[in-house]
Design a protein around this ligand. Structure first.
Ligand code: DX5
Ligand code: ZN
Length: 216
């Protein structure tokens, strides 16, 4: 299981303490990049990722919730991203998505695609043989701390079925409202990577990560 804590929920006044806890306990670190346009909220730019990169060798899992993901890809790649995931809904068009996936690969990074809860899973079937990561949103993107939408289970099962039927090997990651109450079922549905923000950073980080691991 890959655990990818969303640093949206980190306490930045304790940056090094919390980053050390992540370095000790998780595989990936999840960066929610919001531009105040694709979603009604703004988070952080590449300089913040650079500060993580200088102090961590974990996989930097960038999730772009932005109107122009192509523009943001270059600066986050330079800042030290390992994977860049963007939203199908930034383009609503398969050809543009393929163009950006190819560009991310040409930068030697893992490429991911994400869909909002309202976008049918079939929409992105033509992209599934091109990606490394599929990020299923289980909340409407834009804010941390929302409650998990149960419809995500069936959507992940549908995706996992397609993946197996076609012999594909992208990683299924889930994002939004993940906790020790739904992690077991999410893993059973086919998720390999769990993003968790408020659950991990609320209280003792190492202990909360351990709680997620015990859900396997
Ligand atoms: C939502 C973000 C999530 C979010 C997760 O827009 O993509 O990564 O911060 O936070 P929790 O786990 O608190 O729902
Ligand atoms: Zn995210």
């Amino acid at each position: 299981m890959i655990i990818s804590p969303s640093v949206y929920s980190m306490h930045y006044e304790h940056f090094m303490d919390e980053l050390n806890a992540l370095n000790d306990s998780v595989e990936w670190i999840h960066f929610d990049v919001m531009d105040g346009n694709f979603v009604p909220n703004i988070t952080f730019g590449p300089m913040i990722l650079q500060a993580f990169r200088r102090n961590s060798d974990r996989f930097m899992d960038v999730h772009l919730m932005v109107t122009d993901p192509d523009y943001f890809t270059d600066s986050f790649a330079k800042a030290g991203a390992d994977g860049i995931t963007f939203h199908y809904e930034s383009y609503n068009n398969i050809e543009d998505c393929i163009r950006l996936i190819d560009k991310i690969h040409s930068l030697y990074l893992k490429a991911g695609i994400s869909i909002k809860p309202g976008t049918p899973v079939e929409t992105i079937y033509p992209l599934l043989d091109k990606i490394d990561i599929f990020l299923m949103m289980s909340v409407e993107p834009g804010f941390g701390g929302q409650s998990f939408q149960e419809e995500a289970y069936d959507r992940i099962r549908q995706l996992d079925r397609y993946k197996k039927e076609h012999g594909l090997d992208f990683i299924i990651e889930v994002d939004g409202g993940v906790s020790d109450r739904n992690a077991h079922e999410l893993l059973e549905c086919g998720c390999e990577a769990l993003v968790a923000g408020s659950f991990v950073f609320n209280g003792d980080i190492r202990a909360n990560v351990e709680k997620l691991r015990r859900c396997e």
